[in-house]
Write a protein that binds this ligand. Structure first.
Ligand code: FES
Length: 268
């Protein structure tokens, strides 16, 4: 409790309220739905990554983003666009180089931090609701100090988005040469959303428009910063949308690769 001696001049003592919170709305709903959504997605992604199967559609060159780039000796011919440089050990995912960076990019993302601090750590679960912990050190100590590395994971995410874009381009394929089907629309939609999420990153916004004294002397950067800012205010929505498009893309490729459904072809 703040003593009278340490209390700022003019500040009043906190009211002695026994209730945990005076909020009567459904403040617990957002953290709850976040736990359910993130847990379901991580479970699906983990199972898929370790299935080691149904990630490549030979006829149409569809490659799921969960296995891109495919770099282990297990990768089927055609799916390994960058060569196979890792051994065929069950514990090593096909996309062993990119998955850790993608995970760290999302884990250190400003929005996801807010989401999982509130929902998993209850720190605090909502505004005007007490923290679930006795003490609070913020992000000043290891391991949370590492959240500051987010700007570097952003650069890795840009490279990975380029790889995913290349996968989407290579997928305009059929046994007759050029081809176009529903899978292409899904792959492209996913890539567009991934770029939107990546570019809407707070670090990207700073890279584009930060450290400038006068926007008037940098009209191009100002225009780019304005565009990034437009996306940035939608960062939370894009974070969730991309989880959805990633899972949808992976599931569609799996379903076609496993012959559960045929790909709907528009051309060839
Ligand atoms: S702040 Fe979310 S990806 Fe950078």
């Amino acid at each position: 409790m703040t003593s009278t001696a340490t209390r700022p001049r003019g500040a009043r003592a906190r009211a002695a309220i026994a209730a945990k919170t005076l909020r009567t709305d459904r403040w617990w709903f957002a953290p709850l739905i976040t736990v359910v959504g993130l847990t379901a997605w991580v479970t699906y992604a983990t199972v898929r990554v370790y299935l080691h199967d149904w990630y490549w559609v030979e006829d149409f060159h569809y490659l799921t983003p969960f296995y891109s780039p495919c770099i282990t000796d297990r990768c089927v011919e055609g799916a390994a666009h960058f060569g196979t440089i890792l051994p065929d050990w069950w514990i090593i995912p096909e996309a062993a180089f990119t998955l850790p960076f993608l995970l760290l990019f999302r884990l250190t993302c400003y929005y996801y931090r807010k989401a999982y601090y509130r929902s998993f750590w209850l720190s605090p679960p909502a505004c005007a609701v007490p923290d679930g912990h006795q003490s609070y050190s913020g992000e000043t100590r290891f391991p949370l100090l590492g959240q500051n590395l987010h700007r570097y994971f952003f650069y890795a995410a840009v490279i990975i988005s380029l790889i995913n874009s290349w996968d989407a381009v290579l997928a305009f394929h059929s046994p007759k040469g050029f081809g176009f089907g529903l899978g292409n629309l899904i792959l492209i939609g996913n890539v567009v959303m991934l770029w939107a999420y990546t570019i809407s990153c707070h670090s990207c916004r700073h890279i584009i428009g930060g450290r400038l004294k006068h926007f008037s002397k940098h009209p191009l950067r100002y225009r780019a910063w304005t565009g990034v800012s437009w996306l940035n205010v939608r960062h939370m929505q894009l974070a969730w949308i991309t989880l959805g498009t990633l899972a949808l893309t992976d599931f569609y490729v799996m379903a076609v690769a496993a012959d559960w459904i045929p790909d709907l072809r528009f051309i060839n």
